[in-house]
Design a protein around this ligand. Structure first.
Ligand code: ATP
Ligand code: MG
Length: 349
């Protein structure tokens, strides 16, 4: 079986550190191994509209932002096919057919959807499009016959839903679709990076992000005002490192060489944590260190972004060419699906 990688992001804002540790880093690593047959990375504007339908300009403008982020982290258009979701009409058609295979109660039970419904305060006015977005996600995944989907932890229920739809389709109509598996980061802290406000997830919609495109001053301000342990009032107080986003970010990003360079009194994160937990280590010291570590990560990303911002026509070209290629692939899968469902009517027309 072919190894096909597919993943995407919603153009609801620029990408942030959560995306970087949760998914982008994995994608670049996969890309660089070269151990795959096809790799698709797409901008999920149709999905973004399900809860931003009153905000078309936001979705429109963020398509290019997200594409710039992709190129800035090092995704390479020679290896990756980039496309815009709404430009592939076959995805809507597949969604329509898959809708028959999913019950309303199954969608309502999806833990990620459940949580997002609360977060978005829809109450009794849930848009049908929002509730059904896991089905359209299955269309995205199956249209490209993806076998591996690198995502953060919040997407695991979506992958489960996709696998169920694939099994159900293949049972009824015969072996046609490919079952995908999720690829989540090895490190637990990277699977769901918390927000700078200490909330469970850094998320564009929650406004608690450090964006990959933030300049150095902005990063400094955000880091220095991050939530830490609220009971660590005096430097001498013992502190909590477990639910402390400053330490969680360090765990996700720090490398041994950073200690040597920026905080030579310590050799490892464990040493730093032990001191904080015992008492005697101030938040400001740890935050300054974290700021330097984040800057190490963001500096090369900013540099690449600057290049692509100055060469936007290149960026547009990558999207145009990728979208063309992606449409051909989706059309080929749709043809197989329609044949299996006996709606290609080759016998009649
Ligand atoms: P929105 O608030 O609009 O839903 P988001 O910040 O959740 O935006 P998405 O575009 O929904 O971002 O997610 C894209 C990918 O990034 C998904 O695979 C998701 O699991 C991953 N991801 C998003 N936020 C985090 C995070 N804080 N930690 C780890 N992975 C994340
Ligand atoms: Mg999300």
């Amino acid at each position: 079986m072919k190894k096909i990688i597919l993943t995407g992001d919603r153009p609801t804002g620029p990408l942030h550190l959560g995306h970087y540790v949760g998914s982008l880093k994995n994608r670049v690593a996969l890309q660089n191994t070269g151990d795959y047959d096809e790799m698709y990375v797409f901008i999920a504007d149709t999905q973004a509209l399900t809860d931003n339908f009153k905000n078309p300009k936001k979705v429109h403008d963020n398509v290019i932002e997200v594409m710039l982020d992709y190129l800035s982290v090092g995704l390479n258009p020679e290896k990756v096919t980039f496309f815009i979701q709404s430009k592939i009409p076959q995805l809507c058609e597949l969604t329509m057919y898959y809708m028959n295979l999913v019950t309303l109660s199954r969608l309502e039970r999806n833990p990620t959807v459940k949580q997002e419904l609360i977060q978005k305060n829809f109450e009794n006015s849930i848009p049908v499009g929002f509730l059904t977005y896991p089905i359209s996600q299955t269309a995205d995944i199956t249209a490209f016959e993806a076998t591996i989907v690198p995502v953060g932890e919040d997407q695991l229920p979506m992958l489960e839903q996709a696998r169920e739809i694939v099994r159900s389709f293949n049972n009824i109509y015969g072996d046609t679709l490919v079952e995908p598996v999720a690829l989540i980061p090895d490190s637990k802290v990277c699977r769901r990076l918390p927000g700078t406000d200490g909330k469970a997830k850094m998320s564009k919609s929650l406004g608690n992000c450090i964006y990959l495109k933030d300049d150095s001053e902005t990063v400094k301000k955000k880091v220095m005002s991050m939530y830490t342990d609220p009971n660590h009032l005096k430097v001498t107080d013992p502190g909590n490192t477990k639910d402390n986003p400053v330490f969680i970010y360090l765990e996700a990003l720090v490398e041994e060489s950073h200690f040597e360079k920026y905080l030579p009194d310590y050799k490892t994160l464990d040493e730093l944590k032990a001191h904080y937990e015992k008492g005697g280590l101030g938040d400001v010291t740890v935050k300054k260190f974290l700021y330097n570590v984040i800057e190490e990560v963001l500096e090369p990303i900013r540099e690449r972004r600057k290049y692509y911002e100055d060469n936007l026509e290149l960026v547009h070209n990558y999207l145009q060419e990728g979208t063309k290629k992606a449409e051909a692939k989706a059309a080929s899968t749709l043809a197989k699906v329609k044949k299996s469902m006996l709606i290609d009517y080759k016998d009649i027309m």
